[in-house]
Design a protein around this ligand. Structure first.
Ligand code: CDP
Length: 250
C-alpha cells in the first residue's frame, strides 16, 4: 500500500492562514494522510481504494460491456454509469440503505468529474459501470470516491486522456483550508463553513466543482489554486498505486 503525507506546506500562506488553528493541528494547506491501493476487488475489471484520514472509498469498474437496457444504447459513443453509495455502517448514525437524493446527486457529479477524460467514443453502444462505496465517512467522500474511481478506471484498462484527482477546499470563517473533516464542515464561528469540492486533471483542467456556502471571487480563485497543488499530490499517490499494481503482476 502506498502511503502519503502531504508536503504542500511550502505553498505561500497569508498571515491570517498562518494563525488559523485547525482542530486536528494540520496546517491550512495540509491534506489528511492519504493511502491508495489498486486491485482491491479481484472479480472486478478494475478496482481501487482511496483513503483520506478516516474517509475510505472503494471503487469497482465493470466493462466496457453492451448497454442494457438496449434503448439506452448510444451508437455514437459509450457511456459511463456511476453509482455512489454510503454503506450503512460508514457513520455513527446508521445510513438507510438504498437510493436517496444525496446519493443520486453524488453519482451524477462523479460521472461529470470523470467523463471528460474517458475515451468513450471508442465504445459505441457500450457502458462502463463504476460503483463507488464509502465504507467509512468523515467528510470529503465524493472526492475520495472520484479519486478511487479514476484509479479503478485506469486499472480496468479503460483508455483515458488524463487522470482525475479530487479534493475539497473549505472556507472556515474567512480562512481557506484544504481537505475538510466532518468536524470542520460543522464549524460555526464567524462566516461559518463553505465547502468547495473540486476535481481536476493533471493538466489543471477543472472537471467538477461545487460550492456549498458563501465566498468572494478572489478567494474562489485562491481555492482553485490550492486544489491544484493538492490534486498534484493526490495524482502522485494515484500513479504510485497504479504502478505498484503493474509491478505486482510481473
Ligand atoms: O462526504 P461529502 O463531504 O462529499 O458530502 P456531504 O454531503 O457534505 O457530507 C459530509 C459528511 O457528512 C459525510 O462525509 C459524512 O461524514 C456525513 N454524513 C452523515 O453522517 N450522514 C449522511 N446521511 C450524510 C453525510
Amino acid at each position: 500500500m502506498t502511503e502519503f503525507k502531504s508536503s504542500s506546506d511550502n505553498v505561500k500562506e497569508t498571515s491570517s492562514k498562518n494563525s488559523f488553528q485547525r482542530p486536528d493541528g494540520r496546517s491550512v494547506t495540509e491534506m489528511r494522510p492519504v493511502k491508495a491501493k489498486v486491485g482491491v476487488i479481484p472479480c472486478a475489471d478494475g478496482s481501487a481504494m482511496f483513503q483520506s484520514g478516516k474517509t475510505i472509498a472503494i471503487a469497482a469498474v465493470y466493462g466496457p460491456k453492451k448497454m442494457h437496457p438496449q434503448h439506452q444504447q448510444n451508437p455514437r459513443k459509450g457511456q459511463l454509469r456511476c453509482e455512489y453509495n454510503m454503506i450503512s455502517f460508514s457513520v455513527d448514525d446508521r445510513i438507510r440503505p438504498g437510493r436517496n437524493r444525496r446519493a443520486m446527486e453524488i453519482s451524477e457529479i462523479t460521472k461529470w468529474a470523470l467523463e471528460p477524460v474517458v475515451m468513450l467514443e471508442d465504445y459505441p453502444n457500450q457502458v462502463v459501470d463504476v460503483h463507488v462505496n464509502i465504507i467509512q465517512a468523515d467528510a470529503g467522500t465524493r472526492c475520495a470516491g472520484i479519486n478511487a474511481a479514476a484509479m479503478a478506471l485506469a486499472h480496468a484498462g479503460i483508455p483515458m486522456k488524463d487522470m482525475v484527482s479530487s479534493v475539497s477546499i473549505g472556507k472556515l470563517d474567512k480562512t481557506l483550508v484544504v481537505d475538510l473533516t466532518k468536524e470542520e464542515e460543522d464549524f460555526e464561528e464567524g462566516e461559518g463553513p463553505t465547502d468547495i469540492p473540486i476535481s481536476m486533471t493533471t493538466s489543471g483542467k477543472v472537471t467538477h466543482m461545487q460550492l456549498d456556502g458563501k465566498i468572494g471571487v478572489k478567494q474562489l480563485q485562491e481555492s482553485v489554486d490550492m486544489a491544484n497543488v493538492a490534486c498534484k499530490e493526490i495524482y502522485e499517490i494515484q500513479k504510485e498505486a497504479l504502478k505498484k499494481a503493474v509491478e505486482d503482476i510481473k
